[in-house]
Design a protein around this ligand. Sequence first.
Ligand code: ATP
Ligand code: MG
Length: 568
Amino acid sequence: MTIHSSESQDSRTSSNFLRDIIAEDVCTKKYGDAVIQTRFPPEPNGYLHVGHAKAICINFILADEFGGKTNLRFDDTNPEKEEQEYVDSIQRDVRWLGFEWERLCYASDYFGQLYEWALQLIRAGKAYVDDLSAEEIRQHRGTLTEPGKESPFRNRAIAENLDLFQRMKAGEFPDGSRVLRAKIDMASPNLNMRDPVMYRILHATHHRTGDEWCIYPMYDYAHGQSDSVERVTHSMCSLEFADHQPLYRWFIENLGIFPSQQIEFDRLSVTYTLLSKRKLLQLVQEKRVSGWDDPRMPTLSGMRRRGFTPEALRAFVLTAGVSRTNGIVDIEMLEHFQRDDLNRRARRAMAVLRPLKLVIDNYPEGQQEFVEVANNPEDPTAGTRQVPFSREIYIEQDDFREVPPPKYYRLSPGKEVRLRNAYFITAQSVIKDATGSIVEVHCTYDPASRGGNSPDGRKVKSTIHWVSTAHAISAEIRLYDKLFSTPDPGDVPEGGSFLDNLNPASLEILADAKLEPSLAEAQAGDQFQFERVGYFCVDPDSSEIRKVFNRTLPLKDSWAKIEKKAGA
Ligand code: ATP
Ligand code: MG
C-alpha cells in the first residue's frame, strides 16, 4: 500500500463507525487470529467514478490500519454488460489512486464452487428449479404490504431439481425458461428473502470464461460466497445493499462456510454530479461527452485527465467521512481540496487566454531582457526561471477597458498598473480596426520600476500578467465547467430526462491562447497554475508543435462576483 503516512494518520484520528466495528472484532477475536481482510468489488461494466474512490479508500485504508489485506475482486456475473476494457481501466484507476491489492480475484473464478454449493442447497431441500417466467415470478413476489404467492414448482422433488439444474447447466434449455431459486419464505417482510433467484440461463459469452457457462449466478448468490472464499472478514459496501444483508447471511449460514460479514456505509453523492455507471455510459454512448475520460466526467479517468490528483481525491473522501445515512456533498468541497493541493505543488506560469496586443512605445525597439520569476512562491525549493520581456506583449482582453466601469482597477487610458515581475506601465492610447474593436493598446513604461518594484513609493492598484509576443507559443485551451447545470441533476420531472440538465456551456475552446515559452517543454499530465487565471494541465491530445491545456479549476474570481452583482 502506498498511502502517505500523514493521510492515514488523519483517517486514524477521525472517528468512524466502520473502524469501531473492526476494532471490536479484533478485540473480541471474532475471527480468531485471522488477518482482517477486505475487498473492493467493482462490476466491470463501466469506469470507476469518484463514488468508487470512497469505497476504495474505506476498504484499503481500514484494512491497512489493522495490518490487514485488501483484494480487488471483479464482480463479473453479468456477461452481457462486462468487458475487458473496463477490467483494465479499473486496475489502472485503483493504482492511480495509490492502492495496491493483495490478490486480483474474479467472481468468475468461483463459478465452479458456486455451482457445487447450489447442488448442496438443492440436496438440502433449500433450492428449487422454477419454470415460471420472469414476469410470473414478479407477479408472485407480492408487495411490501402483501405476502408473495408460492410458485407451483416450489415443492418439486429433490431428484427432479438436481436433474433439471444439471440440464440447465448443460445448455438444454433456452434463456429465461427456468431459474434456480432459494427456498426461503414467500411471506417475508423483506422482498429479497421471498425465494430469490440464484441462477439464470444466459447463453452469453463471458469476457473470461467464454462459452463455458450458460447459467450465471445472480449478484446476491455470488457476492457473499465470493467474500467467504476469500475469507473476507469485513465486506463494506454502500447502503443500497442493506436490504440484501439478511440474504447475504442466509446463504453463508445455510452453506456453513466462512462467516464474512457485510457492513454498509453511506453512498457518496456530490452536487452537480451524477454517480451512476448506467447514466455515465449513456453519456458516452450518445456522445454527449468525448468518452469515459472526458475531463467533465466524474470518472477517475476523466478527473485525472482534467488534472485532479489522487492526493486531493483521497483527502476529500476521507474528510467527507462515513455515516449510516446518505447525504450530499457540495462540489465546492471537492474543488477546495484540489485547489489546496495544486496551490502547494503546481508550478506557476504566465498564459494569456484571450490575447490583446500591447506596445510599450518608449521601450527600445529590438531590445529584449529576461525577468526572474519564482516557480512556486509556496515552495522555495521549486526555484526560479527567466521569462523574456520585450516591447510588444500580450495581455488579457479583460485586463483593459477603454472606459473603465466603477471599481475597475486594471488598465485603462491614463491608469498605471504593474506588469507582473516586470515594470509599471501607463496606458496612453488605443488602435481600433474598422469595426471599432480595439486591436492594440499603446503604453509607456517606467524603466525605474524593473522587477515590478515601485521606484518612489507610488502605488498601483493592480498587477496583470503578460507574455512577450515575439517569444509566445500558441496553444489550445479547453475551459471546462460543470457538466450539469442543476445541483441535483438526477432529479427530473416526470417525462423528463437527466440529459435535460446538461450544462450547454460546459466546454469552451480557446484556439489561440499565448503562453510563456517555457511551457513548450510541458508534457501530457504536467500541471500548472496560470497566474491569475487558474489551474491547468497538459492534455494527451497535445502534439510536439501544438499544446492543448485543460482547465482543472479556475482560481476564485472575486471580480466576476462584483461585476455580476453590479450588472444585476
Ligand atoms: P453504480 O451505481 O455507479 O453503477 P455500482 O454500485 O453498481 O455503481 P459497483 O461496481 O457494483 O458499482 O461498485 C463497487 C463498489 O463500490 C460497491 O461496493 C459499492 O458499494 C461501491 N460504490 C459504488 N458507488 C458508490 C458511491 N457513490 N459511494 C460509495 N460507494 C460506492
Ligand atoms: Mg452494482
